[in-house]
Write a protein that binds this ligand. Sequence first.
Ligand SMILES: Nc1ncnc2c1ncn2[C@@H]1O[C@H](COP(=O)(O)OP(=O)(O)OP(=O)(O)O)[C@@H](O)[C@H]1O
Ligand SMILES: [Mg+2]
Length: 422
Amino acid sequence: MKRKHKPKGSLLAALDIGSSKIACFIGRVADDEGTFEVLGVGHHASRGIKNGTIVDMEQAEIVIRQTVHAAENMAAGVMKGYPLREVVVNLPGVHAMSHAHTADIQVAGHEITGNDVRRALAKAQEQVVSDEYELIHTIPMGYRIDGHEGIREPRGMYGQHMSVDIHMVTGDIGALRNMATAIGRSHLDITALCVSTYASGLASLVEDEMDLGCTVIDIGGGVTSFAVFQGGVMIYSDAIPVGGQHITGDIARGLTTALQDAERLKILYGSAMASHMDESELIDVPRLGEDDHHAPNHVPRSLLVGIIQPRIEEIFEMVRARLHDSGLGNAVGRRVVLTGGASQIAGIRDLAQHVLDKQVRLGKPIRLTGLPDAVSGPAFATAAGLLTYISERGDEMPAEIMAQVEPGSLLGRIKYWFRENW
Ligand SMILES: Nc1ncnc2c1ncn2[C@@H]1O[C@H](COP(=O)(O)OP(=O)(O)OP(=O)(O)O)[C@@H](O)[C@H]1O
Ligand SMILES: [Mg+2]
Protein backbone atom coordinates (compact mmCIF):
# COMPACT_ATOMS: atom_id res chain seq x y z
CA MET A 1 0.00 0.00 0.00
CA LYS A 2 1.38 3.38 -0.98
CA ARG A 3 1.18 5.85 1.86
CA LYS A 4 0.84 9.60 1.69
CA HIS A 5 3.69 11.64 3.11
CA LYS A 6 3.87 15.16 4.38
CA PRO A 7 4.51 17.46 1.43
CA LYS A 8 8.02 17.83 0.08
CA GLY A 9 9.87 20.53 2.02
CA SER A 10 8.03 19.99 5.35
CA LEU A 11 10.27 20.47 8.37
CA LEU A 12 9.96 17.87 11.13
CA ALA A 13 11.80 17.18 14.37
CA ALA A 14 12.28 14.01 16.38
CA LEU A 15 13.55 13.38 19.89
CA ASP A 16 14.66 9.94 21.05
CA ILE A 17 15.10 9.79 24.81
CA GLY A 18 17.13 6.65 25.42
CA SER A 19 18.78 5.14 28.48
CA SER A 20 22.26 5.60 26.95
CA LYS A 21 21.89 8.62 24.71
CA ILE A 22 19.42 11.28 23.75
CA ALA A 23 19.20 12.16 20.06
CA CYS A 24 17.41 14.93 18.19
CA PHE A 25 17.01 14.93 14.39
CA ILE A 26 15.62 17.82 12.39
CA GLY A 27 14.70 16.73 8.88
CA ARG A 28 13.03 17.93 5.74
CA VAL A 29 10.88 15.75 3.49
CA ALA A 30 13.10 15.39 0.43
CA ASP A 31 10.94 13.64 -2.15
CA ASP A 32 7.66 11.87 -2.72
CA GLU A 33 9.06 8.52 -1.59
CA GLY A 34 9.29 9.54 2.07
CA THR A 35 13.03 10.13 2.17
CA PHE A 36 14.35 12.74 4.60
CA GLU A 37 17.16 15.15 4.18
CA VAL A 38 18.71 15.64 7.60
CA LEU A 39 19.36 19.29 8.44
CA GLY A 40 20.36 19.09 12.08
CA VAL A 41 21.35 16.45 14.58
CA GLY A 42 22.21 16.56 18.24
CA HIS A 43 23.13 13.68 20.48
CA HIS A 44 24.41 13.43 23.99
CA ALA A 45 25.04 10.73 26.60
CA SER A 46 21.92 10.37 28.76
CA ARG A 47 21.73 11.35 32.37
CA GLY A 48 18.85 10.74 34.72
CA ILE A 49 17.34 7.93 32.64
CA LYS A 50 17.44 4.28 33.61
CA ASN A 51 15.92 1.38 31.69
CA GLY A 52 13.76 3.76 29.70
CA THR A 53 12.48 5.58 32.79
CA ILE A 54 13.27 9.10 33.94
CA VAL A 55 14.76 8.79 37.42
CA ASP A 56 16.20 12.30 37.73
CA MET A 57 14.06 15.01 36.16
CA GLU A 58 16.59 17.80 36.41
CA GLN A 59 19.43 15.84 34.83
CA ALA A 60 17.21 14.54 32.04
CA GLU A 61 15.88 17.98 31.32
CA ILE A 62 19.38 19.47 31.01
CA VAL A 63 20.56 16.83 28.56
CA ILE A 64 17.38 17.13 26.50
CA ARG A 65 17.90 20.87 26.23
CA GLN A 66 21.56 20.51 25.22
CA THR A 67 20.66 17.93 22.59
CA VAL A 68 17.87 20.00 21.09
CA HIS A 69 20.08 23.10 20.99
CA ALA A 70 22.81 21.23 19.17
CA ALA A 71 20.36 20.07 16.48
CA GLU A 72 18.86 23.57 16.20
CA ASN A 73 22.27 25.14 15.80
CA MET A 74 23.21 22.75 13.03
CA ALA A 75 19.93 23.45 11.23
CA ALA A 76 20.09 27.21 11.96
CA GLY A 77 20.61 28.18 8.32
CA VAL A 78 17.35 26.59 7.31
CA MET A 79 15.36 27.40 10.46
CA LYS A 80 16.27 31.09 10.03
CA GLY A 81 16.37 31.85 13.72
CA TYR A 82 13.05 30.21 14.53
CA PRO A 83 13.41 27.90 17.51
CA LEU A 84 12.09 24.38 17.35
CA ARG A 85 8.49 24.26 18.59
CA GLU A 86 7.23 20.76 18.01
CA VAL A 87 8.75 17.33 18.24
CA VAL A 88 7.68 13.75 17.85
CA VAL A 89 9.00 11.76 20.81
CA ASN A 90 9.71 8.08 21.45
CA LEU A 91 7.64 6.14 23.95
CA PRO A 92 9.99 3.58 25.57
CA GLY A 93 8.66 0.07 25.08
CA VAL A 94 8.73 -0.62 28.83
CA HIS A 95 5.96 1.95 29.27
CA ALA A 96 3.84 0.73 26.37
CA MET A 97 1.30 -2.04 26.02
CA SER A 98 -0.26 -3.67 22.96
CA HIS A 99 -3.99 -4.36 22.78
CA ALA A 100 -5.81 -6.20 20.00
CA HIS A 101 -9.48 -5.36 19.45
CA THR A 102 -12.17 -5.86 16.86
CA ALA A 103 -14.83 -3.25 16.17
CA ASP A 104 -18.03 -3.82 14.19
CA ILE A 105 -20.22 -1.21 12.60
CA GLN A 106 -23.28 -1.21 10.36
CA VAL A 107 -22.87 0.41 6.97
CA ALA A 108 -26.33 -0.55 5.71
CA GLY A 109 -25.50 -0.92 2.06
CA HIS A 110 -23.97 2.48 1.39
CA GLU A 111 -20.46 3.12 0.10
CA ILE A 112 -17.94 2.88 2.93
CA THR A 113 -16.21 6.20 3.56
CA GLY A 114 -13.33 7.45 5.67
CA ASN A 115 -15.88 8.52 8.20
CA ASP A 116 -17.15 4.94 8.65
CA VAL A 117 -13.60 3.78 9.21
CA ARG A 118 -12.98 6.47 11.80
CA ARG A 119 -16.28 5.61 13.46
CA ALA A 120 -15.16 1.99 13.85
CA LEU A 121 -11.72 3.00 15.13
CA ALA A 122 -13.22 5.46 17.60
CA LYS A 123 -15.49 2.72 18.89
CA ALA A 124 -12.48 0.53 19.58
CA GLN A 125 -10.57 3.40 21.16
CA GLU A 126 -13.33 3.85 23.66
CA GLN A 127 -12.76 0.30 24.88
CA VAL A 128 -9.17 0.83 25.98
CA VAL A 129 -9.37 4.29 27.52
CA SER A 130 -8.57 4.29 31.23
CA ASP A 131 -7.13 6.48 33.96
CA GLU A 132 -3.85 4.64 34.05
CA TYR A 133 -2.83 4.84 30.45
CA GLU A 134 -3.16 6.93 27.38
CA LEU A 135 -3.79 5.77 23.85
CA ILE A 136 -0.78 6.29 21.59
CA HIS A 137 -1.41 4.31 18.40
CA THR A 138 -4.57 3.06 16.74
CA ILE A 139 -3.54 0.86 13.85
CA PRO A 140 -6.09 -0.88 11.65
CA MET A 141 -4.69 -4.30 10.70
CA GLY A 142 -7.41 -5.60 8.39
CA TYR A 143 -11.08 -5.28 7.54
CA ARG A 144 -13.96 -7.69 6.94
CA ILE A 145 -17.05 -6.73 5.00
CA ASP A 146 -20.06 -9.04 5.40
CA GLY A 147 -17.71 -11.79 6.51
CA HIS A 148 -15.21 -11.46 3.63
CA GLU A 149 -11.71 -11.47 5.07
CA GLY A 150 -8.45 -9.84 4.12
CA ILE A 151 -9.62 -6.40 3.02
CA ARG A 152 -6.90 -3.82 3.41
CA GLU A 153 -8.76 -0.78 2.10
CA PRO A 154 -12.53 -0.76 2.69
CA ARG A 155 -13.15 2.80 1.49
CA GLY A 156 -15.18 2.78 -1.70
CA MET A 157 -16.61 -0.69 -1.10
CA TYR A 158 -20.22 -1.61 -0.34
CA GLY A 159 -21.70 -3.87 2.34
CA GLN A 160 -23.95 -4.25 5.34
CA HIS A 161 -21.47 -4.88 8.18
CA MET A 162 -17.85 -3.95 8.47
CA SER A 163 -15.48 -5.18 11.13
CA VAL A 164 -11.94 -4.05 11.66
CA ASP A 165 -9.13 -5.71 13.59
CA ILE A 166 -7.19 -3.06 15.40
CA HIS A 167 -3.86 -2.94 17.18
CA MET A 168 -3.83 -0.25 19.81
CA VAL A 169 -0.84 0.78 21.90
CA THR A 170 -1.23 2.55 25.22
CA GLY A 171 1.40 4.34 27.32
CA ASP A 172 1.62 4.60 31.11
CA ILE A 173 0.36 7.99 32.20
CA GLY A 174 3.00 8.49 34.91
CA ALA A 175 5.88 7.92 32.53
CA LEU A 176 4.28 10.13 29.88
CA ARG A 177 3.78 12.97 32.34
CA ASN A 178 7.43 12.79 33.38
CA MET A 179 8.58 12.86 29.78
CA ALA A 180 6.23 15.72 28.95
CA THR A 181 7.57 17.71 31.90
CA ALA A 182 11.22 17.12 31.01
CA ILE A 183 10.60 18.09 27.39
CA GLY A 184 8.25 20.96 28.20
CA ARG A 185 11.00 22.73 30.05
CA SER A 186 12.82 23.00 26.71
CA HIS A 187 9.73 24.88 25.45
CA LEU A 188 8.81 22.12 23.07
CA ASP A 189 5.37 20.73 22.34
CA ILE A 190 4.94 17.03 21.76
CA THR A 191 3.01 16.63 18.52
CA ALA A 192 3.07 12.86 18.65
CA LEU A 193 4.47 9.92 20.54
CA CYS A 194 5.63 6.73 18.89
CA VAL A 195 6.75 3.47 20.48
CA SER A 196 10.54 3.26 20.13
CA THR A 197 10.69 -0.04 18.25
CA TYR A 198 7.90 0.99 15.92
CA ALA A 199 10.11 3.90 14.90
CA SER A 200 13.17 1.62 14.62
CA GLY A 201 11.21 -0.63 12.26
CA LEU A 202 9.90 2.25 10.16
CA ALA A 203 13.47 3.46 9.75
CA SER A 204 15.17 0.19 8.95
CA LEU A 205 12.77 -2.32 7.34
CA VAL A 206 12.32 -2.58 3.60
CA GLU A 207 8.72 -2.67 2.39
CA ASP A 208 8.69 -6.40 1.70
CA GLU A 209 9.78 -7.16 5.24
CA MET A 210 6.98 -5.01 6.62
CA ASP A 211 4.49 -6.74 4.33
CA LEU A 212 5.52 -10.37 4.65
CA GLY A 213 6.15 -10.45 8.39
CA CYS A 214 9.21 -9.36 10.29
CA THR A 215 10.20 -8.80 13.91
CA VAL A 216 12.42 -5.85 14.82
CA ILE A 217 14.45 -6.27 17.98
CA ASP A 218 16.02 -3.05 19.23
CA ILE A 219 18.70 -3.71 21.83
CA GLY A 220 19.48 -0.40 23.49
CA GLY A 221 21.37 0.49 26.64
CA GLY A 222 18.65 -0.27 29.17
CA VAL A 223 15.78 -1.71 27.16
CA THR A 224 15.37 -4.46 24.60
CA SER A 225 12.16 -3.80 22.74
CA PHE A 226 10.60 -5.64 19.85
CA ALA A 227 7.81 -5.13 17.39
CA VAL A 228 6.16 -7.39 14.84
CA PHE A 229 5.22 -6.02 11.42
CA GLN A 230 2.90 -7.65 8.95
CA GLY A 231 0.75 -6.46 6.09
CA GLY A 232 2.63 -3.15 6.17
CA VAL A 233 1.64 -2.33 9.74
CA MET A 234 2.84 -2.98 13.28
CA ILE A 235 0.73 -5.73 14.83
CA TYR A 236 2.44 -6.19 18.20
CA SER A 237 5.06 -4.59 20.45
CA ASP A 238 6.65 -5.44 23.76
CA ALA A 239 9.84 -4.81 25.73
CA ILE A 240 12.04 -6.03 28.55
CA PRO A 241 14.11 -3.71 30.76
CA VAL A 242 17.48 -5.27 29.88
CA GLY A 243 20.10 -4.02 27.43
CA GLY A 244 23.74 -3.28 26.69
CA GLN A 245 24.35 -1.61 30.04
CA HIS A 246 23.61 -4.90 31.76
CA ILE A 247 26.25 -6.59 29.64
CA THR A 248 28.72 -3.89 30.66
CA GLY A 249 27.75 -4.37 34.30
CA ASP A 250 28.30 -8.12 34.03
CA ILE A 251 31.77 -7.53 32.57
CA ALA A 252 32.72 -5.03 35.29
CA ARG A 253 31.69 -7.48 37.99
CA GLY A 254 33.06 -10.56 36.29
CA LEU A 255 36.49 -9.11 35.52
CA THR A 256 36.63 -6.74 38.53
CA THR A 257 37.17 -3.62 36.49
CA ALA A 258 35.60 -0.15 36.27
CA LEU A 259 32.38 0.33 34.27
CA GLN A 260 34.05 2.54 31.69
CA ASP A 261 36.80 -0.02 31.18
CA ALA A 262 34.21 -2.76 30.91
CA GLU A 263 32.36 -0.72 28.27
CA ARG A 264 35.58 -0.30 26.27
CA LEU A 265 36.44 -4.00 26.51
CA LYS A 266 32.94 -4.92 25.38
CA ILE A 267 33.16 -2.73 22.29
CA LEU A 268 36.76 -3.58 21.39
CA TYR A 269 36.94 -7.31 22.15
CA GLY A 270 33.44 -8.41 22.97
CA SER A 271 31.58 -11.07 21.05
CA ALA A 272 28.30 -12.91 21.40
CA MET A 273 29.78 -16.12 19.97
CA ALA A 274 32.79 -18.00 21.23
CA SER A 275 35.53 -18.93 18.78
CA HIS A 276 38.49 -21.26 19.27
CA MET A 277 40.84 -18.25 18.99
CA ASP A 278 39.53 -16.71 22.21
CA GLU A 279 41.38 -19.15 24.42
CA SER A 280 44.87 -18.12 23.30
CA GLU A 281 44.22 -14.41 22.90
CA LEU A 282 44.97 -12.36 26.02
CA ILE A 283 43.41 -8.97 26.69
CA ASP A 284 44.47 -6.30 29.17
CA VAL A 285 41.94 -5.59 31.90
CA PRO A 286 42.70 -2.50 34.06
CA ARG A 287 42.41 -3.30 37.75
CA LEU A 288 39.50 -1.74 39.60
CA GLY A 289 40.41 1.26 41.73
CA GLU A 290 44.02 1.44 40.61
CA ASP A 291 45.21 4.41 38.61
CA ASP A 292 48.17 2.47 37.40
CA HIS A 293 47.11 1.35 33.98
CA HIS A 294 50.59 -0.09 33.44
CA ALA A 295 49.91 -3.23 35.42
CA PRO A 296 46.66 -4.60 34.06
CA ASN A 297 45.43 -8.14 34.45
CA HIS A 298 45.90 -10.31 31.42
CA VAL A 299 42.90 -12.49 30.84
CA PRO A 300 41.93 -14.76 27.99
CA ARG A 301 39.40 -13.24 25.66
CA SER A 302 37.28 -16.34 26.17
CA LEU A 303 36.57 -15.13 29.70
CA LEU A 304 35.06 -11.91 28.31
CA VAL A 305 33.03 -13.75 25.69
CA GLY A 306 31.90 -16.21 28.38
CA ILE A 307 30.38 -13.28 30.30
CA ILE A 308 28.72 -11.62 27.30
CA GLN A 309 27.26 -14.64 25.55
CA PRO A 310 24.93 -15.92 28.29
CA ARG A 311 23.48 -12.46 28.90
CA ILE A 312 22.64 -11.89 25.23
CA GLU A 313 21.37 -15.44 24.94
CA GLU A 314 19.08 -14.77 27.88
CA ILE A 315 17.79 -11.57 26.25
CA PHE A 316 16.89 -13.44 23.05
CA GLU A 317 15.31 -16.26 25.05
CA MET A 318 13.10 -13.75 26.85
CA VAL A 319 12.11 -12.18 23.54
CA ARG A 320 11.35 -15.64 22.13
CA ALA A 321 9.18 -16.48 25.16
CA ARG A 322 7.24 -13.21 24.91
CA LEU A 323 6.66 -13.69 21.18
CA HIS A 324 5.49 -17.21 21.86
CA ASP A 325 3.09 -16.01 24.56
CA SER A 326 1.76 -13.24 22.33
CA GLY A 327 -0.42 -15.74 20.51
CA LEU A 328 0.63 -14.33 17.15
CA GLY A 329 1.75 -17.75 15.95
CA ASN A 330 2.86 -17.72 12.33
CA ALA A 331 2.17 -14.02 11.94
CA VAL A 332 5.52 -13.40 13.62
CA GLY A 333 7.22 -14.32 10.34
CA ARG A 334 10.56 -15.86 9.55
CA ARG A 335 12.63 -12.75 9.61
CA VAL A 336 14.31 -10.66 12.29
CA VAL A 337 16.06 -7.30 11.98
CA LEU A 338 18.30 -6.13 14.83
CA THR A 339 18.73 -2.44 15.67
CA GLY A 340 19.89 -0.46 18.72
CA GLY A 341 23.45 0.29 19.81
CA ALA A 342 24.02 -3.11 21.40
CA SER A 343 23.23 -4.87 18.09
CA GLN A 344 26.76 -3.89 17.06
CA ILE A 345 28.42 -6.48 19.21
CA ALA A 346 30.31 -9.02 17.11
CA GLY A 347 28.61 -12.35 16.50
CA ILE A 348 25.16 -11.22 17.64
CA ARG A 349 23.54 -12.11 14.33
CA ASP A 350 24.61 -15.75 14.61
CA LEU A 351 23.48 -15.99 18.21
CA ALA A 352 20.07 -14.46 17.39
CA GLN A 353 19.69 -16.88 14.49
CA HIS A 354 20.53 -19.78 16.77
CA VAL A 355 18.18 -18.85 19.63
CA LEU A 356 15.26 -17.49 17.59
CA ASP A 357 15.56 -19.91 14.68
CA LYS A 358 14.92 -17.17 12.11
CA GLN A 359 16.73 -15.36 9.34
CA VAL A 360 18.46 -12.43 11.01
CA ARG A 361 19.99 -9.31 9.53
CA LEU A 362 21.47 -6.17 11.06
CA GLY A 363 19.47 -2.99 10.47
CA LYS A 364 20.11 0.75 10.48
CA PRO A 365 18.31 3.84 9.15
CA ILE A 366 17.75 3.63 5.39
CA ARG A 367 15.33 6.46 4.63
CA LEU A 368 17.58 9.44 5.32
CA THR A 369 20.10 11.38 3.30
CA GLY A 370 22.78 13.71 4.64
CA LEU A 371 23.09 11.83 7.90
CA PRO A 372 26.53 12.39 9.45
CA ASP A 373 28.44 9.11 9.89
CA ALA A 374 28.44 9.39 13.67
CA VAL A 375 24.64 9.12 13.77
CA SER A 376 24.00 6.74 10.89
CA GLY A 377 24.29 3.49 12.84
CA PRO A 378 21.67 1.20 14.40
CA ALA A 379 21.52 3.23 17.65
CA PHE A 380 19.88 6.03 15.67
CA ALA A 381 17.15 3.94 14.04
CA THR A 382 14.56 5.15 16.56
CA ALA A 383 15.31 8.86 16.04
CA ALA A 384 15.24 8.41 12.25
CA GLY A 385 11.99 6.42 12.30
CA LEU A 386 10.21 9.03 14.38
CA LEU A 387 10.49 11.35 11.37
CA THR A 388 8.96 8.70 9.11
CA TYR A 389 6.17 8.11 11.61
CA ILE A 390 5.10 11.72 11.80
CA SER A 391 5.43 12.16 8.06
CA GLU A 392 3.43 9.17 6.89
CA ARG A 393 1.53 7.54 9.76
CA GLY A 394 -0.25 10.53 11.30
CA ASP A 395 -3.53 8.73 10.61
CA GLU A 396 -2.66 6.25 13.36
CA MET A 397 -2.72 8.95 16.02
CA PRO A 398 -5.80 8.52 18.24
CA ALA A 399 -6.34 12.26 18.63
CA GLU A 400 -6.38 12.71 14.84
CA ILE A 401 -8.96 9.97 14.49
CA MET A 402 -11.16 11.42 17.22
CA ALA A 403 -10.87 14.96 15.95
CA GLN A 404 -12.28 13.91 12.60
CA VAL A 405 -15.22 11.88 13.83
CA GLU A 406 -18.52 13.67 13.38
CA PRO A 407 -19.80 16.11 16.00
CA GLY A 408 -21.75 14.61 18.85
CA SER A 409 -19.36 11.68 18.88
CA LEU A 410 -17.18 10.36 21.67
CA LEU A 411 -15.01 13.43 21.49
CA GLY A 412 -16.12 14.79 24.82
CA ARG A 413 -15.79 11.49 26.59
CA ILE A 414 -12.27 10.59 25.64
CA LYS A 415 -9.47 12.30 27.43
CA TYR A 416 -6.82 13.82 25.27
CA TRP A 417 -3.55 13.54 26.88
CA PHE A 418 -1.90 16.01 24.53
CA ARG A 419 -4.53 18.67 24.96
CA GLU A 420 -4.88 18.25 28.69
CA ASN A 421 -1.23 18.51 29.39
CA TRP A 422 -0.44 21.64 27.43
N1 LIG B 1 30.21 -1.09 18.92
C1 LIG B 1 29.45 -1.52 19.91
N2 LIG B 1 29.50 -2.81 20.30
C2 LIG B 1 28.73 -3.25 21.30
N3 LIG B 1 27.86 -2.49 21.99
C3 LIG B 1 27.76 -1.20 21.65
C4 LIG B 1 28.52 -0.65 20.59
N4 LIG B 1 28.21 0.66 20.48
C5 LIG B 1 27.25 0.91 21.42
N5 LIG B 1 27.00 -0.21 22.12
C6 LIG B 1 26.05 -0.34 23.24
O1 LIG B 1 24.78 0.10 22.85
C7 LIG B 1 24.06 0.53 24.02
C8 LIG B 1 23.33 1.81 23.70
O2 LIG B 1 22.44 1.60 22.65
P1 LIG B 1 21.38 2.70 22.22
O3 LIG B 1 22.05 3.98 21.93
O4 LIG B 1 20.54 2.11 21.16
O5 LIG B 1 20.55 2.85 23.58
P2 LIG B 1 19.44 3.90 23.98
O6 LIG B 1 18.52 4.09 22.85
O7 LIG B 1 20.07 5.12 24.54
O8 LIG B 1 18.74 3.15 25.20
P3 LIG B 1 17.32 2.43 25.35
O9 LIG B 1 16.68 2.36 24.02
O10 LIG B 1 17.66 1.08 25.89
O11 LIG B 1 16.58 3.25 26.34
C9 LIG B 1 25.08 0.69 25.12
O12 LIG B 1 24.90 -0.32 26.08
C10 LIG B 1 26.42 0.53 24.41
O13 LIG B 1 27.36 -0.13 25.21
MG1 LIG C 1 16.75 3.29 22.21
